[in-house]
Design a protein around this ligand. Structure first.
Ligand code: ZN
Length: 269
């Protein structure tokens, strides 16, 4: 019975160096081809950072709407059961804020990507504002709900809603009141469309995360899921390295409004 030799072959340092240079050149070529390749299925995950550049206050901002309220007082099902007027009023204020903000160049770049790309582009957003819609995107999943919608707790109808909503507001479908609630995923509730999102993450060949802190689950786990499937290139665009930055194959740090138009042009080239 023969045993395999366990001797290691000594490779002179200079050859190792040449090999690594060749590997680097190959890698760069591969990256170039990858950049030019047509991605078929693109998923763009967006978070608070992209909205913040339009001036939307988030619950992490100092001085924002959220600072005057505790999450457990305005953003949980229990809070709504306890003090529905306060919760309705809080979301009425946030809904009214939609009229004072405008989409910026990152939103419009993503709208252009969807319009001009010869493949599928889906925005999966954690944001509840309507800036992606107003920036021209159509294929959007609002995993945390939408400020511009309310839902009936009696008949489950969902309505486009830009006005104030109170406990006296009557459901246009079933006539019940009080019955309408913000169409928002509160803390302790399941995000919307998770099955669809999981399929998209599995199918995608390019995953871009924009303005996401990387510490709010389940979205924070999306990049790990995508990488585990081994099919997609992954890019993080964020003001600073997020908590999950090391999971991404490529990172670009700065304002989304400055970086997205260039990135979209590279994808469309
Ligand atoms: Zn109803």
């Amino acid at each position: 019975m023969q045993t395999k030799s366990t001797e290691t072959t000594h490779i002179p340092l200079v050859i190792t160096h040449q090999r690594s240079r060749l590997a680097l050149a190959e890698y760069r070529l591969c990256q170039k081809e990858r950049r030019l390749a047509r991605y078929k299925n693109i998923v763009v995950l967006t978070g608070a950072g992209i909205s913040a550049e339009s001036g939307v206050s988030t619950f992490r901002d100092a001085g924002g709407l959220w600072e005057k309220h505790r999450i457990e007082d305005v953003a949980t099902p229990e809070a709504f059961a306890r003090n529905p007027d306060l919760v309705q009023d809080f979301y009425n204020q946030r809904r009214a804020q939609l009229f004072s903000v405008e989409p910026h160049s990152a939103h419009t770049a993503l709208g252009k990507l969807e319009e001009l790309h010869d493949g599928n582009v889906t925005i999966v957003t954690q944001n509840v504002d309507n800036l992606h819609e107003r920036g021209g995107s159509k294929n959007i999943i609002h995993m945390h709900g939408e400020l511009a919608k309310v839902r009936c707790t009696q008949c489950s109808s969902v309505f486009e809603w830009l006005d104030d909503c109170t406990q006296e507001t009557v459901c246009p479908t079933c006539g019940s009141a009080p019955a309408l609630r913000p169409h928002i995923v509160w803390f302790g509730e399941m995000p919307f469309d998770m099955d669809r999102i999981e399929n998209l993450l599995y199918e995608c060949d390019l995953f871009v995360s924009v303005g996401t802190s990387g510490n709010v689950y389940p979205a924070a786990g999306f990049v790990s899921a995508v990488r585990s499937y081994g099919k997609a290139h992954t890019i993080e665009v964020n003001l600073e390295p997020s908590e999950g930055a090391t999971y991404f194959a490529e990172t670009r740090h700065g304002l989304a409004g400055e970086l997205l138009p260039g990135l979209v042009n590279e994808i469309l080239d």
